[in-house]
Design a protein around this ligand. Structure first.
Ligand code: S5P
Length: 259
C-alpha cells in the first residue's frame, strides 16, 4: 500500500484546488469514490441513468461526441442533475493537439465544453502547450484538468518515461491540473487525484483491448482515489443496484487503505 492513506476529509484539507476540495467533500458526504462513465448515445438514456445512479457517484463522465441528439438543453439537464445529486461533471475529451487548437476545441463548436464540464482530460503527448491551451479559458472559470498519464488498454504507449514526464508537467501546472487518469499511484503529492478506468466487478478484458481490474485491486493495489466504471454499470440488467455494488466495493476498499 502506498503512502497517501488519508481520509477524504484530510485530503480535502491538504489539496489546493477548489474543485479538488469539492470533489473530496462530495466523496466524504456521499461515501463514494465511484465515477460513472455514461457512454450512451441518446440524451434521454443518459439523463435517465444519471438521475437514478446520481446518488451513488461523485463524478459523471461523458463522451459528448457520441451523443446523437446533443443539444444545449441536454447539457442544461445534465448540469441540473449534477446540482440535484451533488456530483462533478467530467467530459472525457482527451485533448491532444497544440495549445491554440485545443483551446478552440474546448470553447467552441457544438459542444462548448468549457461552458459546462467541471473537469476535462488531456493527453500529455503534445507537451505543456496542451495544458496551457485549456488553462487559458478554464482557469478563470474554476475548471480543472486531468492528464492521461497511463492507460488501461493493451499495448498502450503511455508508460515509463512518458508517464514520469506527465507527472512533471502536472507539477508545473498545479493551479489547473488536479490529477491523473492512471493505473498506478504516480505521486504522493496530495494535490493530485488518481482516477482509474478499466474497472469491473470481475477482472478480464473486452474484445477491443480494454483490460479490467476489480474495484479492490484498483483502490488497494493500484492506489486509485476514484474508480471509473462504464459498461459494468450501464450494461447491467439493474444499473442502480449494480452501481450501489460498485459504490460499496470501492468505498470499502478505501476504508481498508485507512487501516
Ligand atoms: O485508459 C483509459 C482512459 C479512459 S478515460 N481507459 C479507459 O477506458 N478510459 C475511459 O473509461 C473510456 O474512454 C471509457 O469511457 C471508460 C471505460 O469504460 P468501460 O465500459 O470499459 O468501463
Amino acid at each position: 500500500v502506498f503512502a497517501v492513506c488519508k481520509s477524504y476529509r484530510e485530503r480535502s484539507e491538504s489539496c489546493q484546488h477548489s474543485l479538488s476540495k469539492k470533489l473530496y467533500s462530495i466523496m466524504e458526504t456521499k461515501s463514494t469514490n465511484l465515477a460513472l462513465s455514461v457512454d450512451l448515445t441518446k440524451s434521454n438514456d443518459i439523463l435517465q441513468i444519471v438521475d437514478t445512479v446520481g446518488p451513488f457517484v461523485c463524478i459523471v463522465k461523458t463522451h459528448v461526441d457520441i451523443v446523437e441528439d446533443f443539444s444545449q438543453s441536454f447539457v442544461n439537464h445534465l448540469s441540473d442533475l449534477a446540482k440535484k445529486h451533488n456530483f462533478i461533471l467530467f467530459e472525457d475529451r482527451k485533448f491532444a493537439d497544440i495549445g491554440n487548437t485545443v483551446n478552440c476545441q474546448y470553447n467552441n463548436g457544438i459542444f462548448k465544453i468549457s461552458s459546462w464540464a467541471d473537469i476535462v482530460n488531456v493527453h500529455p503527448v503534445p507537451g505543456e502547450g496542451v495544458i496551457a491551451g485549456i488553462k487559458q479559458t478554464g482557469l478563470s472559470l474554476g475548471r480543472g484538468c486531468l492528464l492521461v498519464a497511463e492507460m488501461s488498454s493493451k499495448g498502450n504507449l503511455a508508460t515509463g518515461d512518458y508517464t514520469k514526464a506527465a507527472v512533471k508537467m502536472a507539477e508545473n501546472h498545479k493551479d489547473f491540473v488536479i490529477g491523473f487518469i492512471c493505473q498506478s499511484r504516480l505521486t504522493d503529492d496530495p494535490n493530485f487525484i488518481h482516477m482509474t478506468p478499466g474497472v469491473k466487478l470481475s477482472s478480464g478484458d473486452d474484445a477491443l483491448g480494454q483490460q479490467y481490474s476489480t474495484p479492490e485491486d484498483a483502490v488497494i493495489n493500484k492506489g486509485a482515489d476514484v474508480i471509473i466504471v462504464g459498461r459494468g454499470i450501464i450494461q447491467a440488467t439493474d444499473p442502480v443496484s449494480t452501481a450501489k455494488q460498485y459504490q460499496q466495493a470501492g468505498y470499502n476498499a478505501y476504508l481498508q487503505t485507512l487501516k
